[in-house]
Design a protein around this ligand. Structure first.
Ligand SMILES: NC(=O)c1ccc[n+]([C@@H]2O[C@H](COP(=O)([O-])OP(=O)(O)OC[C@H]3O[C@@H](n4cnc5c(N)ncnc54)[C@H](O)[C@@H]3O)[C@@H](O)[C@H]2O)c1
Length: 269
């Protein structure tokens, strides 16, 4: 997600400091950005010169200190609260006062992340969708302390990246995963209970509801471990049994069938 966010920011003319733990992760990210920009060149949406200019605006760095010159910070580290808490506490001491710190988290409380900093009014969720260069939505998540000014600046930034910001409040799963994940979980119950095969369930949702992709294909794409993690956030955060993760989802994750990335999920890859 980090390379996708860097891609759209650099393509929109912004200078980007792309920070990661190791140089090899940065090299891989730069390779991905170059490949994805090539796709846009092939489609004719940007020129080869635009591609080179965008790439030259991405400055890779493994040094935390590099963030001292940032005007806006977007965090996209792994979906783990302890990791994000450490990153926000550290970045809070490095970024200039007044700089907004945004998180791309899919489900972790923005209010809780903000509490790890001394600028909770300037912490916000900026939830991009995957793949970032293609999807237009950015869910803008307001924590309890997020100021109006922070929200307006963040929405303006999203628009300058040619995205459509939609503001929501900080509750488990926000809106996107609160609505999407229970649907995927229910589709998995349908497989477990023999209501339909993955193919038939996906066909019903594609042909009958005009979804571009069936829920089980989508679950495989997202990663079944990620789906389970999000259902657990909804279940513990909202305390309602309607969010209990389907036992078949748990079993598949236990078996290492994580979807497309592991070669097998509801489908074989
Ligand atoms: N994958 C998706 O479809 C998706 C969609 C929307 C939002 N998100 C959210 O985006 C975030 C990242 O997800 P991802 O799928 O890109 O994960 P990923 O594991 O592919 O990437 C995480 C990156 O963060 C780096 N990292 C870890 N700790 C770090 C630290 N302390 N400092 C700097 N870099 C560090 C890792 O080296 C890695 O390159 C998560 O919060 C996730 O919930 C993911």
């Amino acid at each position: 997600m980090g390379n996708g966010i860097a891609h759209v920011a650099a393509r929109s003319g912004l200078r980007v400091i792309l920070h990661d733990l190791e140089q090899r992760f940065l090299d891989r990210a730069l390779g991905t950005i170059a490949k994805n920009l090539d796709r846009e060149v092939a489609k004719g949406t940007i020129s080869a010169d635009d591609k080179s200019a965008a790439l030259s605006r991405v400055i890779p760095s493994t040094q935390n200190g590099a963030l001292a010159e940032a005007d806006f910070v977007i965090e996209a580290v792994i979906e783990d609260f302890e990791t994000k808490a450490k990153v926000f506490a550290a970045v809070d001491t490095i970024a200039r006062p007044g700089v907004i710190l945004a998180s791309n988290t899919s489900s972790i409380s923005i209010t809780k992340i903000a509490s790890k900093t001394k600028r909770p009014d300037r912490v916000i969720g900026m939830h991009f969708m995957n793949p970032v260069p293609v999807m237009t939505l950015v869910e803008i998540v307001r924590g309890l302390a997020t100021s109006d000014g922070t929200c307006e600046t963040t929405k303006a930034l999203a628009e300058s990246l040619r995205k459509t910001p939609v503001e929501v409040n900080d509750f488990p799963g926000f809106v996107s995963n609160r609505v999407l994940m229970p649907m995927i979980n229910e589709a998995i119950y349908c497989v477990m209970e023999g209501v339909g095969t993955p193919e038939s369930i996906d066909s019903v949702m594609k042909l009958g509801m005009n979804h571009p992709m069936g829920p089980l294909t989508l679950a495989d794409l997202i990663g079944l471990d990620v789906c389970l993690g999000t259902m657990e956030v909804l279940h513990t955060g909202l305390g309602d049994s309607k969010y209990r993760p389907c036992p078949l989802l748990r079993k598949m994750v236990d078996a290492g069938r994580l979807g497309k990335k592991s070669g097998q999920g509801f489908y074989k890859y």
